[in-house]
Design a protein around this ligand. Structure first.
Ligand code: A4P
Ligand code: MG
Length: 203
């Protein structure tokens, strides 16, 4: 059966990038993970360590804190996007400057093996293969994961390198990272994202 952007194929693996550089960013990300844990029809299955990175885009803004989480979810891609935007609103997210400072940004990096190109949603996230603050945290969850285009996250990490990126000591993220690694293999993020469906409309 052809997948639709409005329905999930119970349960999909979704990876979410988290970023913050305003109003106590570490706390924003910890609280953000707590909100993500409460998403309906979803379970947190992976969490990276916490990273600090220098801004991509305007340079006159504070350093960012970044992390990535993985979820099993029965939400469709659009339902998931809507839920993420509701969490951003809980964090008083403002949208003033393109790539500017923010309390919490939640982007869908991957949703199973789907390529989605619609007005509201582009998956894989259009910049993810260029951003070490996304690729290194993703590799914390699963080093062998492959993007729908066939590139492995570990080879992208090697190509991009870890310039302007630092692991931050943070017990919340360290403990969650190792705790979720103990989940049964069936609950972990699947690494094979190579068989690709493409969704280009929003219906
Ligand atoms: N949208 C399309 N695809 C997606 C997706 N995969 N996930 C649409 C989430 N949203 C997606 O997003 C604008 C619109 O994108 C949404 O309404 C949704 O329908 P937004 O969150 O309002 O704006 P944004 O996040 O500022 O836009 P954009 O272009 O996605 O920015 P990025 O790529 O998220 O970049 N530097 C460092 N070091 N660390 C960072 O985390 N983040 C950014 C933001 C810039 N520089 C950074 C960092
Ligand atoms: Mg965003």
């Amino acid at each position: 059966m052809k997948r639709s952007i409005n329905s999930s194929d119970i349960f999909a693996d979704a990876c979410i990038a988290m970023g913050s550089n305003l109003d106590h960013p570490e706390q924003q990300l910890i609280q953000g993970v707590k909100h993500l844990r409460q998403l309906p029809q979803s379970q947190l299955t992976g969490c990276s360590k916490l990273y600090r990175s220098l801004p991509v885009g305007p340079q006159n803004q504070p350093a960012f804190y970044n992390a990535v989480v993985a979820l099993k979810t029965a939400l469709s891609p659009l339902q998931l996007l809507k839920q993420l935007q509701m969490i951003e609103q809980l964090h008083n997210r403002k949208r003033d400057i393109h790539w500017g400072p923010r309390t919490l940004d939640l982007d869908i990096l991957l949703y199973d093996h789907l390529i989605i190109k619609t007005k509201q949603l582009t998956v894989p996230h259009y910049q993810m293969h260029l951003r070490n603050f996304v690729l290194f945290p993703l590799a914390d969850i699963n080093k062998t994961i492959t993007l729908p285009g066939g590139q492995s996250v570990s080879s992208l990490c090697r190509q991009i390198g870890n310039e302007r990126l630092w692991i931050e000591k943070n017990s919340f993220f360290e403990q969650l990272n190792s705790q979720l690694k103990k989940l049964s293999p069936a609950m972990k993020l699947k690494s094979n994202m190579q068989n690709t469906d493409t969704l280009t409309t929003g219906e």
